[in-house]
Structures are given as C-alpha cells and as structure tokens.
Design a protein around this ligand. Structure first.
Ligand SMILES: Nc1ncnc2c1ncn2[C@@H]1O[C@H](COP(=O)(O)OP(=O)(O)OP(=O)(O)O)[C@@H](O)[C@H]1O
Length: 325
C-alpha cells in the first residue's frame, strides 16, 4: 500500500551568527548550510497496519510524513502510495488520506467546528448521505456533541484534537497520517484518542502511520515500529522483536511479612530494599526466575511477587544509545 525507496530530502538553511554586525553583514552576504533531513529512506507498509514512526527530536519524522502526504517534494527517490506519487498527483491523492499534525490545526479558528466540517465536505465533494453517516459515527465515537457548535479557539487542546481527528476522517480516507496526535494531552484524553485510533483501524480498516514521543502510544497501538535517527532508518520491527532483543532482563518485586534483615539473592541485582519490599533486576539468561522466587521464599514469608519486563521507554532509549542518536 505504501512504498518508499531511497528518499532523500535536504533543506538549505541560512547561516547567521549572533549580533548586529552579523545581521547587517547578512543583508549583503548570505551564507548557507545544508541540513540533510532524510537520507536514503526505504520501507513499505501493508494495508491495515498501525505503524509507529519514532525517533528523537529533529530525526526526520515530520519531514517523512510531509513527503508521504504530498506537502514536500523529496530531492530523489520514489514514493508510491495506493499507486499515487503524492507530490505529483496531490489533488486526486488527498481524497484517500487523512492528516493530523498535533501541533497545527486544519480547522478554522474563529468559526464553530461544524462550519469547518461543512467546508471540508465541499472541498472533498463528499456525498451528503456519506457525510451525514460519517459525521454521526465520528461525533458518537469522539463524543463531539456540543463541541461541534463551539468556535475552535474556545476548545481545550484535548477537545480540539478530537475534532481534528474527526475532520481528517470525514471523507473516508484509507490512510491516516498522525504527527504527534497525543502531544500535550492529559492521560484521559490520550487514552480516548488511542482507543479511537484502534477502533477506526479495526472497524474501517484504516492504515495508520503515527509519529510520537510517547512510548505508551506505541505500546497501545503499533504492531510495527520504524525508528529514524539523523535522517536514516535504523530499526524496522515489532515491539516484541525489540523486547526479545533487549528483553532478557526482568524486574522482580517481592512483598513479604516484616523482615528486618536485607534480602539478598545471589545472581540477582538488588535495586531497592525495605523491611516489607525488595526489588531485583534479574537477567533471565543467567538466572531463572523460578530460582529467584525459591531463594526469596527461603529467606522471607512471601506475600506477593510481581515480574515485569523493562518499560518500552527504556528499550527505546537503549536502541537510541546503540545507534548513538
Ligand atoms: N522547512 C525546513 N527548513 C529547514 N530545515 C528543516 C525544515 N523542516 C525540517 N528541517 C530540519 O530537518 C530535520 C528533521 O526535521 P523534522 O521536523 O522532520 O524532525 P522530527 O523527527 O519530526 O522532529 P521532532 O520530533 O522534533 O518534531 C531537522 O534538522 C530540522 O531542523
């Protein structure tokens, strides 16, 4: 459905040092530098996937989304999405995609949300019956209610994001590009947005490409991760692959009846201790969990034991470190 091959994109940026003298000099002599935002990016995405596109600040995520949505023209390489080259066939292509940039709005600031929706209906020439049924479905799933009749500037960030998502889906796109859709949202709004993305993927088969810095988004949604750093694609795999790669470490938390002496398990690293709780890091390659639990129950009166994998956030940080980005 989506195929990128050898995409490069660089920007020419004016170079200017601080100070008035330099500002005056820049009026006559302009120096430039080239920022290579994307270097030889290639990947393909199947219909119905939810792909998490991650990487540190300035890695090239938004630039890739802009190339894929036809806003930017790459320097070289090919991009075929549903048979279209986005920047060449933009008018017919945009009917098939929805785009949400978390930090920008596609809604008109001063008018009620419904007015923007009606304008989008006219721009996309959405048949009236389809518009009505999509609006009902979206208003229902995203609890838009009164928000539809409120000017955008009066909406909170979370309310606006729900309206942005609805706006991007009114014309029934097959692909949804989401650039940081949960940025700045509170925990409840984040969960609502994630749930909605899951629903439209499952019920309508919409393919989703999602950039985010929130690893909980990735854990909740993405069945595949693409990681980019300094413009280069560095990782392509599932979260489970990533867990398998770094995931032999487990965190074992033991709760027990008051025990004044520190508990030690040979082969496990004690991370913290109190008379009622101890936390260990265990490399399961070297020390089976069963042995840790047996060791614990020999020393204390165990009440509860929990075993957790490393948080996704830490796995990703490890991956960033491995690639020195
Ligand atoms: N219009 C532009 N003009 C000049 N440089 C740009 C432009 N857009 C992006 N860049 C540069 O390209 C690089 C990649 O930027 P991009 O916005 O794609 O990163 P990102 O991964 O989305 O970052 P973030 O997580 O901070 O949003 C950065 O070095 C950025 O400064």
């Amino acid at each position: 459905m989506i195929e990128l091959n050898g995409i490069n994109k660089s920007f020419k940026v004016a170079k200017r040092s601080a100070g008035l003298r330099q500002a005056v000099k820049a009026l006559f002599v302009r120096e430039h530098k080239i920022v290579e935002a994307l270097h030889n990016i290639s990947f393909s995405i199947q219909e119905g996937d939810i792909v998490g596109y991650i990487g540190p600040n300035g890695a090239g995520k938004s630039t890739t989304i802009k190339v894929m949505s036809g806003i930017l023209v790459p320097d070289c390489g090919s991009c075929s999405i549903m048979g279209y080259t986005p920047w060449l066939e933009r008018t017919s292509y945009v009917r098939h995609i929805g785009v949400v940039f978390g930090q920008r709005t596609q809604l008109w600031w001063d008018v009620p949300v419904i007015d923007s929706f009606e304008l989008l209906r006219d721009i996309y020439k959405i048949p009236e019956a389809l518009y009505k049924s999509n609006l009902t479905m979206l208003a229902d799933h995203l609890a838009l209610g009164e928000l539809l009749y409120t000017p955008v500037r009066q909406l909170s960030l979370g309310q606006r994001m729900r309206c942005e998502l609805a706006a991007s889906l009114l014309h029934d796109p097959k692909i949804l590009f989401l650039d940081e859709p949960t940025i700045g949202l509170d925990a409840v709004s984040k969960i609502a947005v994630r749930q909605f993305i899951k629903t439209i993927n499952q019920e309508k088969g919409v393919t989703v490409i999602l950039t985010t810095h929130d690893m909980n988004d990735i854990e909740a949604l993405a069945n595949r991760i693409l990681m980019i750093g300094k413009g280069t694609l560095l990782y392509d795999g599932t979260l489970d692959d990533l867990r398998g790669r770094f995931g032999t470490e487990r965190i074992v938390t033991a709760d027990y009846a008051v025990h004044e002496k520190a508990v030690d398990i040979p082969g496990a690293v004690r991370l913290s201790w109190s008379p009622e709780r101890a936390v260990f890091s265990v490399n399961t390659d070297r020390m089976p969990i069963a042995k840790v639990i047996a060791g614990l129950s020999e020393q204390v009166d165990l009440k509860d034991v929990s075993i957790e994998t490393k948080p996704v956030e830490e796995l990703i940080i490890q991956l960033y470190k491995e690639h020195q980005i």
